[in-house]
Write a protein that binds this ligand. Structure first.
Ligand code: FES
Ligand SMILES: [Fe+2]
Length: 408
């Protein structure tokens, strides 16, 4: 896959041929999924059914607090939501050069994405086949992966190149001990992984599954590879990952109460929400802020796209920031913000600094809200809530998608 072609418009490309290398993928992945315990799963499924997606939003109650607190429900989510389908893991701008690598973690899955010497993008489980050490730490460039434990060495395209001090071993076929591959694809500026064994890697199938019919809407609204990457900020929050998503999906309901500074820059009565298959898009017009005419972070229209299950794309003024909500346990998550900016402003340090400070303030306000909600969800006084039908439809849609994903 040529680097130049990945930097054009948001077409989707897959790099799944690495899955054909070696025959060991199936065995390893099955072992990973054998954590399923029918009794625990049965309990989790009984919790899933406490929310009924057939009930209209006007009459519906929200999912029960156990969805946000119970370990068995969390395990079910990992297996049925995060280990299935295409999941966002990073930005293609980090993978422009041969030999770059970037590790990450989703649930219990440690992965590493890299570009090999020939420019081909790969993803692997970031686990050494000898005694399970994490293989790649940090990020940067490498010509191969050398395990920090006993030195087993793997090529960037996956094979085991060197197994140290193995003299005398029997029944050991080096070709069966390559890194375990993961399906990888790209859309626009984003890199996606799919942990499933059987994946339809067809370009259109990947786009359909991840963005459904709204991929054009996003690319027409400036979600593309023309932006410059600015920086990353990470926030570990004491709440279930869905609390952060719910907060994002309330149609601006909380903005005038919890983000007074942000509310000054938005025309909240222009707020609109459009629901697509697995995506919802909230839009709001920017308002002029008195005394701030020389500083326009939000621009004329802000677009907030939520891509099920855990990715948000915020496009406003010259900025795009993305929020990836990573589950870290039933009551803990990490939100990763990546900031992108129109290239003409990428050297304007004052503008960038000021914008990042404003964004940070909004985020800290949301952290307090989300941690407060988590504490409330754990209180015996609360079991279910209700939706504000005219504003919280994206949230209701998210809960219906979750119900569907968890019962398949
Ligand atoms: S665990 Fe990697 S070489 Fe031993
Ligand atoms: Fe907020």
């Amino acid at each position: 896959m040529a680097t130049t072609s990945m930097m054009t418009m948001p077409t989707l490309k897959t790099a799944s041929s690495s899955l054909r290398r070696g025959s060991s993928r199936r065995g390893i992945f099955k072992a990973c999924c054998s954590l399923e315990n029918p009794r625990v799963e049965g309990h989790a499924l009984s919790l899933v059914d406490q929310f009924d997606p057939r009930i209209a939003i006007e009459e519906a109650v929200t999912p029960p607090s156990s969805w946000y607190t119970h370990p068995s429900f969390y395990d079910l989510e990992l297996r049925r939501v995060f280990y299935r389908g295409w999941q966002l893991v990073g930005c293609i701008l980090w993978f422009l050069d041969p030999r770059v690598f970037f590790p990450g973690r989703l649930g219990n899955v440690e992965f590493v994405v890299c570009r090999d010497e020939n420019g081909k993008l790969h993803a692997f489980h970031n686990v050494c086949r000898h005694h399970a050490s994490i293989l790649a730490y940090g990020s940067g460039k490498k010509s191969c992966f050398v395990c920090p434990y006993h030195g087993w060495t793997y090529g960037l395209d996956g094979p085991l190149l060197k197994a140290t001090r193995m003299t005398g071993i029997r029944n050991f076929n080096v070709n069966e001990f390559g890194l375990v591959p993961i399906h990888v694809a790209t859309w626009g500026p984003f890199v996606l992984l799919n942990m499933e064994q059987e994946v339809d890697g067809d370009v259109d199938a990947v786009a359909d599954e991840w963005l459904s019919s709204c991929s054009e809407v996003l690319s027409n609204n400036g979600v593309d590879t023309s932006l410059s990457y600015i920086c990353r900020r990470e926030y570990t929050i004491g709440c279930n990952w869905k609390v952060f998503c719910d907060n994002y999906l309330d149609g601006g309901y909380h903005v005038p109460y919890a983000h007074k500074g942000l509310a000054n820059g938005l025309k909240l009565d222009s707020y609109s929400t459009t629901i697509f298959e697995k995506v919802s898009i909230q839009k709001c017009e920017g308002g002029s802020v008195e005394g701030k005419n020389d500083y326009d972070r939000l621009g004329s229209t802000a677009l907030y796209a939520f891509v099920y299950p855990n990715f948000m794309i915020n496009r406003y003024g010259p900025w795009m920031d993305t929020n990836l909500v990573l589950p870290l346990g039933p009551k803990k998550c990490k939100v990763v913000f990546d900031y992108f900016l129109e290239p003409s402003l990428k050297d304007d340090k004052d503008f960038i600094e000021r914008s990042l400070q404003d964004s940070e303030r909004v985020q800290m306000e949301d952290v307090i809200l989300c941690e407060g909600v988590q504490r409330g969800l754990e209180s015996p006084a609360y079991s279910v809530g209700r939706y504000a039908p005219n504003v919280e439809n994206a949230m209701h849609h998210f809960h219906c998608l979750l119900h569907s994903g968890l019962t398949k």
